[in-house]
Design a protein around this ligand. Structure first.
Ligand code: UDP
Length: 364
């Protein structure tokens, strides 16, 4: 099958590229399938490792992509350009009804830009989140994607204020909840903290850490400070760190492997990872998704960043922002976990998103 013939006119086309996209897309694709909507899935291949990509398709019952662009890694420009060329070529002369993009990765903005220029409607799942930190590549992707989107599907109420502030108040904005949390709730019965503890030979309390944001892992000096703080934390509580390829080189060079009480492992598949988090005493992270997942799992989350685009995980969740110099103290003084859940993080966001898409397309 040639790339040009993959997409049929009238299809709703989902674009996924990187690990955080898969748990967000799976419930939307399932809900649209249940409603009988013709759809296609393009995987850009921004993430391509078994652990970061393939395992999610199996575990989350995602359909096999109709097309994998296989773009792989590269500089932002190289990767974004390759995704754009691949998507434009996949669309060819077809007229899809809509392109649905997720989150804030390069695949998100690249696909939105191609679709907007071809006059194809764009829906953005997880619109309106803002860290107000333009040094984050993801913040650039978020802002540009929202500008290019016709249908803005938001996970939390403050996203609407952010969109209005950027002049997007007259676009179609729907507060639909969080489809990533749908995925978490749908798999709740599969998370087994005892099983993963035994698989990893863990005994007693432990914390989980994940780090991959450029601001934390790109500069060796910063990586060294973080590694040293983690080393101190590990003197009290053993740390398990599934290491994202993005931070591997600098964190290892910064001496991560030299601490007995820090267990560095490969990225885990989704079920193993959430099982591990569920059993953790606390989590140290710079991930966006993990701030949300810990909120639902009621596991204290220390986010090693100066800001978050997900402030609702602080007001309605277990999250707090920490600096490297503060980390040890904040771990020692963890606050009790709040018993509140963000509104509409209820396991049915996928259905609300599907309904919003169908209703919107019906009017066009
Ligand atoms: N995750 C995983 N295995 C791991 C680490 C994370 O399955 O070893 C999952 C996590 O549960 C969440 C997603 O990956 O659903 C978050 O992705 P990531 O932290 O890479 O991206 P971000 O959310 O920061 O954009």
């Amino acid at each position: 099958m040639t790339q040009q013939s993959v997409i049929q006119s009238g299809d709703v086309v989902h674009i996924t590229g990187a690990r955080p996209n898969f748990p967000k897309a799976a419930p939307v694709i399932a809900a649209l399938a249940a409603a009988g909507v013709a759809q296609k899935l393009i995987h850009t291949g921004q993430h391509y490792d078994e652990a970061l990509s393939e395992s999610f398709f199996q575990i989350l019952d995602l359909p096999k992509p109709d097309l994998n662009l296989g773009v792989g890694s590269g500089s932002h420009a190289t990767q974004t350009a390759a995704i754009m060329v691949g998507i434009e070529s996949a669309i060819g002369n077809s007229k899809p009804a809509m392109i649905v993009v997720y989150g804030d990765v390069n695949s998100t903005v690249a696909a939105a830009l191609v679709a907007a220029k071809l006059g194809i409607l764009v829906a953005h799942v997880e619109a309106g989140l803002r860290s107000f930190d333009l040094t984050m590549p993801e913040e650039i992707n978020r802002k540009l994607t929202d500008q290019l989107s016709d249908l803005l599907l938001i996970t939390s109420p403050e996203a609407k204020d952010n969109l209005e502030r950027e002049g997007l108040g007259d676009r179609e904005i729907f507060f639909v909840g969080n489809s990533m949390i749908d995925t978490l709730l749908a798999h709740l019965h599969e998370f087994d903290e005892k099983k993963i503890a035994s698989k990893l030979n863990l005994d007693g309390d432990y914390a989980v850490a994940t780090l991959h944001r450029p601001a934390n892992v790109d500069e060796l000096e910063t990586a060294k400070d973080i590694v040293s703080a983690l080393g101190q934390v590990s003197e009290q509580t053993q740390i398990i760190l599934p290491l994202h390829p993005r931070g591997k080189e600098s964190l290892m060079q910064a001496g991560l492997a030299k601490f007995d009480q820090i267990k560095v492992i490969e990225p885990l598949n989704y079920i193993d990872f959430i099982s591990l988090v569920k059993g953790a005493k606390f989590v140290i992270t710079d991930s966006g998704g993990v701030q949300e997942e810990t909120t639902i799992l009621k596991v204290p989350c220390l986010t090693l960043r100066p800001n978050t685009e997900r402030p609702i995980t602080i007001t309605h969740g277990t999250n707090q922002l920490v600096t490297v110099s503060d980390l040890v103290k904040r771990v020692a003084n963890l606050s009790p976990v709040k018993d509140v859940v963000p509104p509409l993080w209820d396991g049915t966001a996928g259905e609300r998103i599907a309904a919003a898409i169908i209703e919107f397309l019906g009017r066009k």
